[in-house]
Design a protein around this ligand. Structure first.
Ligand SMILES: [Zn+2]
Length: 100
């Protein structure tokens, strides 16, 4: 059962007051993982529930996607790269020097 009052944690994720569980993981477990059990070979704990539109507060089923850690890292790398291409050249150089 996953419902009831929630609060926003320090990382910007909603959690249930009753058990401190992350709402997006509960939704992903009950509405994606369990109903499609045969598509997911790993235990649920091994999956990351990714927010497709990058809004951590949008926990609708259609905004969530279960990915392995490797898939998730790769996806975020791609997202970072495409966001970087839209930034001015100075920002890109600073990123290359200090972040990469
Ligand atoms: Zn993600």
């Amino acid at each position: 059962m996953y419902s009831g009052p929630t609060y926003l944690d320090r990382d910007g994720y909603y959690r249930f007051k009753s058990n401190n569980r992350l709402v997006h993981r509960e939704v992903a477990y009950n509405e994606i993982y369990l109903p499609n059990r045969q598509s997911y070979k790993l235990p649920f704990a091994d999956y990351i529930a990714h927010h497709k539109n990058q809004n951590k507060k949008d926990n609708r089923k259609k905004n969530l996607e279960l990915l392995t850690e490797t898939e998730h890292k790769r996806l975020h790398q791609r997202l970072r790269n495409s966001q970087m291409r839209r930034k001015p050249i100075v920002a890109r150089i600073l990123y290359d020097v200090f972040v990469k």
